[in-house]
Design a protein around this ligand. Structure first.
Ligand SMILES: Cc1cc2nc3c(=O)[nH]c(=O)nc-3n(C[C@H](O)[C@H](O)[C@H](O)COP(=O)(O)OP(=O)(O)OC[C@H]3O[C@@H](n4cnc5c(N)ncnc54)[C@H](O)[C@@H]3O)c2cc1C
Length: 293
């Protein structure tokens, strides 16, 4: 299908981009990798009047670096850059691993971490991984400057976030690992590789006993979702198969799970239990000596 008519802007600086967002508000739409926005426009699910193409900001907003407390990723960093980052492989290898499961080579070459977060498709992978990692998002607007949003407060509903129409997502900050291990596993849609259900786990152990654990699901519900009941059940436990199975048993029974042609509500709830168990075991059995700072 052919998209509806729109005006096209290609700002060359961040200032110019923020000015355009300020000027056009709800009518303006950022174009990053375009892998979600363009299909939505072609289906006329999105009909923005003004497209603000931030392709020229790629050099400025594509980076993966560290400071004293955080691993910092620019919003326009591509999946490919995440997948191949030595810094991430040495700190949070779960990010390159999860990214390698996304779509296909074309999607990973051009799709951006910022686009994935703002698009907020419930079946996307990185939102759940970043939720388990406790990320913070840096949003910027001309009028308000920088705003820091914990990822727990970012996702509001299907494809809806707390970003304001005049804001640009600039950066993602992830606390550096302090002895935690992490994993992400998913039941992938066979065609697109989107998560029918996925589970991300970040766990810290003390002499084999679970000290802290965060579990987040993709694909299960309208937004990425923590499995707080499972987390509570596992804290202080010396995990084995029986303890993990008991903690995960019917863990999504109360969740308002999605239902669509890829899986019913009941199927997604059942798969959440299966993939939570797999992700917990994968995180726990990970060799920590390969992770360093
Ligand atoms: C065939 C196919 C298979 C896919 N498979 C998977 C998969 O397995 N797993 C997965 O997670 N995803 C998958 N995706 C989605 C893909 O990851 C998208 O690229 C990603 O979701 C959006 O990133 P983008 O850079 O292309 O964003 P765009 O499409 O350019 O933008 C998406 C939305 O985010 C907004 N936006 C983008 N960047 C910013 C910013 N910095 N600040 C403010 N707003 C911004 C745009 O305005 C738009 O509303 C798939 C997509 C396709 C087409």
């Amino acid at each position: 299908m052919i998209p509806s008519l729109f005006d096209y802007f290609a700002p060359s600086t961040l200032d110019e981009t923020l000015l355009l967002l300020d000027q056009y508000g709800e009518d303006g739409k950022i174009l990053a990798g375009g892998h979600s926005l363009i299909p939505a426009m072609r289906l006329r699910l999105a009909q923005p009047e003004k497209i603000i193409d931030i392709g020229a900001l790629r050099p400025q907003l594509s980076y993966i670096k560290q400071n004293d407390n955080n691993i910092v990723i620019g919003a326009m960093t591509s999946y490919y850059e995440i997948e191949t980052s030595t810094l991430l492989k040495e700190t949070w290898p779960v990010l390159p691993e999860a990214t390698s499961l996304i779509g296909d080579t074309q999607i990973r070459n051009w799709g951006t971490i910022g686009g994935s977060l703002v698009h907020a498709d419930p079946s996307s992978d990185l939102p759940a991984v970043l939720l388990a990692l406790g990320a913070e998002l840096v949003l910027q607007s001309k009028a308000g400057g920088e705003r820091l949003v914990p990822i727990e407060e970012f996702f509001v509903h299907i494809m809806t976030t707390s970003i304001e129409p005049n804001e640009l997502l600039i950066e993602i900050r992830i606390p550096k690992p302090q002895g935690q291990k992490a994993s992400y596993v998913k039941l992938a849609n066979k065609a697109s590789h989107y998560a029918v259900v996925g589970a991300a786990v970040v766990v810290s152990l003390n002499q084999g006993i679970i000290r802290e654990i965060k579990i987040a699901f993709s694909g299960l519900a309208a937004t990425p979702l923590r499995a707080e009941g499972v987390e509570e059940a596992l804290k202080g436990q010396l995990p084995n198969d029986a303890i993990i199975a008991a903690a995960c048993k019917e863990c999504a029974a109360e969740v308002d799970a999605l239902t669509d042609l890829h899986g019913s509500q009941e199927y997604r709830r059942a798969m959440a239990e299966v993939y939570a168990k797999r992700a917990i075991k994968a995180a726990i059995s990970r060799n920590l000596s390969l992770i360093r700072l």
